[in-house]
Design a protein around this ligand. Structure first.
Ligand code: FES
Length: 106
């Protein structure tokens, strides 16, 4: 199974194995990764799954949908590397994906 590496703002790292098709938010919620709440259940309506994705990984993700872009406009501390975890579906080629949770979500 592919792995996701979650970096908390304070340097804590958690590595989680994820089924293909699950999202970065799903995996975080199932494994109690702090900083990702997924309040809307993945409907792209809360931004509590906001994560930063390093450039090397950002380029390999599917582009943002319009819905994701508009939701991120309401998120705090948005950066060019911001994505919504519920919109990133795991694929085998994303094994080792790294994401960072914003300090404001802790
Ligand atoms: Fe609500 Fe991602 S879980 S926007």
């Amino acid at each position: 199974m592919p792995k996701i590496i979650y970096h908390a703002f304070d340097g804590e790292i958690r590595t989680v194995e994820v089924s293909v098709g699950a999202t970065v938010m799903d995996a975080a919620v199932r494994n109690a990764v702090p900083g990702i709440d997924g309040d809307c259940g993945g409907a792209c309506a809360c931004a509590t799954c906001h994560v930063y994705v390093p450039d090397e990984w950002l380029a390999r993700l599917e582009p943002q949908s319009e819905m994701e872009q508009s939701m991120l406009e309401f998120a705090e501390n948005v950066r060019p590397s911001s994505r919504l975890g519920c919109q990133i579906k795991m694929e085998a080629k994303l094994d080792g994906l790294e994401v960072q949770t914003p300090e404001s979500q802790h």
